[in-house]
Design a protein around this ligand. Structure first.
Ligand SMILES: N[C@@H](CCC(=O)N[C@@H](CS)C(=O)NCC(=O)O)C(=O)O
Length: 220
């Protein structure tokens, strides 16, 4: 029975890709929620937050006192607990593919796509300037393998695992948005026709626009 949220709070960081995944799921489900800003990269993450998330990462969702961390668990919980379009396919193989893509993205994609290519190719250039071209180069090599694997797994349909939007699209979409903000990342993506076409469509969804964190303002 879908729950009606009395209190639904997402603790997260404005620029966090994992926080954006949870936000995308909430927006696509049409579930209203409140946001509490927590920067996990700043020294001194509040003790009250560490009581919710012992590893001090973001996001954490708290629904009527039920606290949940790990983005995969949050997005599956939101999909099951609330009304709105289902974001998980019924077909066992499509569902397995969705889980596989999410696992692949978490295990092999996040670091090169976001923490190496985006952080060293875009974010740090605009903020503290402490970007490392070698880290960017290593990220691009690792990212190429990830994109090749995703290109091979992606369905020949509008979305990654079939004709309907799924959690896999939102999970990967949040990361590709950052990755493609780096010109080197956009060039690698353009070389994978299925993924490139998928991203061209996905980025036009209102949920993507509504959750866009933007880029940090360039420091002089
Ligand atoms: N496995 C976690 C990963 C979350 C994660 O790594 N979040 C990043 C922000 S996008 C974070 O909190 N990083 C802080 C750090 O690395 O210290 C999840 O799925 O929620």
């Amino acid at each position: 029975m879908p729950a009606a949220p009395r209190s639904l709070v997402l603790h997260g960081y404005h620029f966090s890709v994992y926080t954006r995944i949870a936000r995308l799921v909430l927006v696509e489900k049409g579930v209203p929620y409140e946001r509490v800003e927590v920067n996990p990269f700043s020294p001194g993450v509040p003790a009250a937050y560490l009581a919710l998330h012992p590893f001090g990462r973001v996001p954490t969702l708290v629904h009527d006192g039920f606290a949940l961390y790990e983005t995969g668990a949050i997005s599956r919980y939101v999909d099951r607990a609330f009304a709105g379009p289902s974001l998980q396919p019924q077909d066992p193989r499509a569902l397995a593919r969705m889980d596989q893509i999410i696992g692949l993205v978490d295990s092999y994609g996040y670091w090169p796509l976001v923490r190496q290519v985006f952080v060293h190719g875009v974010f740090r250039k605009r903020t503290n300037g402490e970007h490392d071209p070698a880290e960017l180069a290593r990220g691009l090599v690792a990212a190429a393998k990830v994109l090749d694997a995703l290109e091979a797994l992606a369905a020949a349909e509008t979305f990654l695992v079939g004709p309907a939007l799924s959690l896999a699209d939102l999970h990967l979409g949040a990361m590709i948005a950052y990755f493609a903000a780096a010109p080197e990342g956009a060039a690698l993506l353009a070389g994978r026709p299925r993924l490139a076409a998928w991203w061209r469509q996905l980025r036009e969804r209102s949920s993507l626009r509504d959750t866009d964190p933007g880029l940090p303002v360039t420091q002089a």
